[in-house]
Design a protein around this ligand. Structure first.
Ligand code: SF4
Length: 240
């Protein structure tokens, strides 16, 4: 039988990557905790990138951000809120006035209808204030679960769900936190595995990471703080 000389250590043979991938549990709580710690350290105190001064402005900005960059939305909203500073003023505006001010965000006709309709519901049903429950806020035209989670989480600090946008979708799948492909199912998976007090900040951090490093095409894996924990098949560089 072969013996080791005193003072020498037997080197563990490196597992082939496929075997390593299969033997890992991507949902191991320790791994998830490491991902959360790294994200928090990489993006301390991240906030929503949409400029807003209150819940109503954040609701409108989030409606406008569909299929549009936050930078573009932030260029448009100052003039929009100067012209119509309150839900009451927005409810009384004509569709064409709103359309003219939001044209460059794309899908402007639908967005104008949603914004005016949401303003009317806020004024008529909720006394001019954006409501603070998921059930009520979903009554606003143009407000689906993603927008509701943004407003409830970022403005009111109420964590009733996880914002799942295109970045959160892509990165959650690359990090194997979900295998689902639709936002509602991905949100359900994330709510099961993340502590509730991280639901709000986690999506902000992932959105920043998706914008700065983990691009849809050619992610910058060599610069990624999560690289060691990532086994995504579309990595552009790997250390393991
Ligand atoms: S290693 Fe690459 S694919 Fe994985 S999270 Fe980082 S940037 Fe994205």
């Amino acid at each position: 039988m072969a013996t080791l000389k005193a003072g020498t250590k037997k080197k563990a043979a490196k597992k082939p990557e496929k075997e390593e991938r299969e033997s890992r549990d991507p949902l191991d709580p320790k791994r998830i905790s490491s991902i959360l710690k790294i994200l928090e350290k990489t993006y301390p105190n991240v906030v929503c990138a949409l400029t807003h001064r209150n819940a109503w402005e954040l609701t409108v900005a989030t409606i406008l951000s569909a299929q549009c960059t936050d930078v573009r939305v932030n260029l448009v909203t100052p003039a929009l809120f100067r012209a119509f500073p309150t839900p009451k003023a927005m409810a009384a505006a004509s569709l064409s006035e709103i359309e003219d001010l939001i044209r460059t965000t794309g899908f402007f006709r639908n967005k104008a209808k949603s914004i005016k309709g949401a303003a009317q519901v806020v004024v008529e049903e909720f006394g001019g204030k954006v409501p603070q429950t998921m059930e009520e806020i979903l009554q606003l035209p143009g407000v689906a679960r993603k927008t509701a989670n943004v407003v409830l989480g970022s403005w009111y600090g109420i964590a009733v769900g996880v914002v799942v946008d295109t970045h959160v979708m892509r990165l959650s799948r690359r990090l194997e936190l979900t295998r689902e492909t639709t936002p509602p199912k991905i949100e359900q998976d994330l709510m099961k595995i993340l502590p509730q007090d991280r639901w709000i900040s986690f999506s902000h951090e992932l959105i920043h990471h998706g914008r700065q490093i983990c691009f849809a095409r050619k992610p910058r894996c060599i610069d990624c703080s999560l690289e060691k924990l990532c086994f995504s098949s579309d990595k552009t560089w790997t250390s393991h």
